[in-house]
Every structure is written in C-alpha cells, then in structure tokens.
Design a protein around this ligand. Structure first.
Ligand code: NAD
Length: 249
C-alpha cells in the first residue's frame, strides 16, 4: 500500500502504460485523475477504478492542461504523483516530414511533458512533497529506422527530466522511464500489421530482445510506480531503462 491517500495525475491515462500505472496506484491505496485526449475512454477507465475521475485534455494545449490540473485539485483535493505519459508514434523517412508535422510531434511529447510539469509542480511544492515521472523510449538511446523525430523528442524528454529535477528539488523528485517494446494501444496495430496476428507480431517484435518477448504495460507500470513511490526516495533526475535488455547489445 505504497500510495495510501496519494493522488495521481496521469496524462495518456486512458490506455497502455498510463492506464496500467493508474490501476497499480489505486490497487496500492491511491486515487487518480485519468487525463486523455479521449474523454469517453478516460471516463470509462476512471469508472473501473474506485475514487478516480476522467478528464479530457490535449497535453499540447496550455489552457487545457491548466484546466485539467485545476479540475483535479478541485475534485480530488490536490496532486502528489504525476505521470506524463501521453504520446503517439509516427514512423517515416525524414524527407516525408515537414516542419508543421515535426512541431506537432514535439508539442505533444516535449511540450506536453513541459506543460504537465509546469502546472503540477506548484501543487506538489505547496504540499511539501511529490514525485513526477516522464516517459522517454529506447529511441532516446539507440537509433531506430524511420524514427528520427520521435527519437529526438524522447531524447529531449530525458534532458528535460534532468534539468527539471534540479529546479523541483528538494521537495519534488523528477525521474524518467525509457520503455522498450511494450504491448499497448500504440503498438498493437504495428504488431498486428507485422505478424498477421497479434501473437505472431508480438513474437516478431520480441525476437531480438534478450528476454525474447515484448513487455506488458503492467511491467512498465511497476517501474513507474517504483519511481513514484518512497522506494525511490533518493532518486531524482534519473532515467530508468526498462527494455528486456534490448539496448545492452
Ligand atoms: N508501447 C511502447 O512500445 C512504447 C515504447 C516506448 C515509449 N512509449 C511511450 O509510452 C507512452 C505511453 O504510450 P502507450 O504505449 O501506453 O500508448 P497508448 O496508445 O496505449 O496510450 C497513449 C495514450 O495517450 C493518449 N494521447 C495521445 N496523444 C495525446 C495528447 N496530445 N493529449 C492527451 N492524451 C494523448 C492516447 O489517447 C492514449 O490513450 C508514450 O509517451 C509512448 O511514446 C511506448
């Protein structure tokens, strides 16, 4: 029960890693504001988790992020834990990207992380304690085909995390998780397209990983919850790679 009476603000909480983290926080005594572009899905996830609320916000939009933070404080009474998880993947040759498309991807991943940190940090500072986790990717560490803008955005998130950890200390800890290949709403269509069936596609995606499989969202949530919790009480500014060993090769 590491999260008894704790309030989580999670962006991208309607699916995948964000949803699994909210479920784990609630299982360990907390409540969550599930914030997502998709309000219906956010509310459906919240309805399954006692004490939780579903809110809509595009993390790239400053007024919407501020409104979601304000609504969380008004309805749940504060914010102690934050997961900036909202995001999407887009694969293409760099020649196929124009600056508007590139900026949109940056605005969601890097801008969304910035806005989430900007508006949740003062709430945690005023409570004297807090823990914020950002989400990068193995694409921030190693090169991947057709993944230049996404990899650049995720590398920027690890840089943001390190810099912001200094600004938010000592009351608030700021850390990052860099997931490897994980079965979620983002990757299911890719695995299905590659393998014909989800099972075959997941097997193909896991073939070059030392642990010989992709991750389940709950395995990423376990790492996020470690960093959110007092188990990580002396960690700040760190990036934890959770990739089945993919990037050690
Ligand atoms: N699944 C993987 O293999 C993998 C690997 C590395 C990193 N990641 C990162 O993990 C994070 C979570 O992804 P996931 O795999 O759980 O995917 P997912 O698609 O299951 O969940 C992402 C959620 O974010 C929401 N979202 C997208 N854009 C948004 C926006 N602008 N504002 C608010 N909500 C928005 C979506 O509606 C969705 O519910 C992302 O940042 C992703 O880049 C995933």
């Amino acid at each position: 029960m590491r999260f008894e009476n704790k309030i989580l603000f999670v962006t991208g909480g309607a699916s995948g890693i964000g949803r699994a983290t909210a479920a784990r926080v609630v299982a360990e005594g907390g409540v969550a504001a599930i914030v997502d572009l998709d309000l219906a899905k956010a509310q459906a996830v919240a309805a399954e988790l006692p004490g939780c609320i579903g809110l809509s916000a595009n993390v790239a939009d400053e007024a919407q992020v501020k409104a979601a933070v304000d609504a969380t404080v008004a309805k749940l009474g504060g914010i102690d834990l934050v997961l900036a998880c909202a995001g999407h993947a887009e694969f293409d040759l760099i020649s196929e990207w124009d600056s508007a498309r590139f900026n949109r991807l940056m605005e969601v991943h890097v801008g969304g992380t910035f806005l989430t940190a900007k508006y949740t940090n003062p709430i945690m500072q005023s409570r004297g304690a807090g823990s914020l986790v950002t989400i990068a990717s193995t694409a921030s560490i190693v090169a991947q085909r057709l993944n230049v803008p996404y990899g650049a955005a995720k590398a920027a998130i690890t840089g943001f995390t390190r810099q912001f950890a200094l600004e938010a200390a000592p009351a608030v800890r700021v850390n990052c998780v860099a997931p490897g290949r994980t079965l979620t709403g983002m990757t299911e269509p890719l695995m299905l397209a590659r393998g014909g069936t989800l099972e075959k596609g997941a097997e193909m995606f896991g073939a070059n990983i030392p642990l010989k499989r992709v991750a389940q969202a709950e395995e990423l949530a376990a790492a996020v919850c470690f960093l959110l919790s007092d188990d990580a009480s002396f960690m700040t500014g760190a990036t934890l790679v959770v990739d089945g060993g993919e990037t050690i090769q």
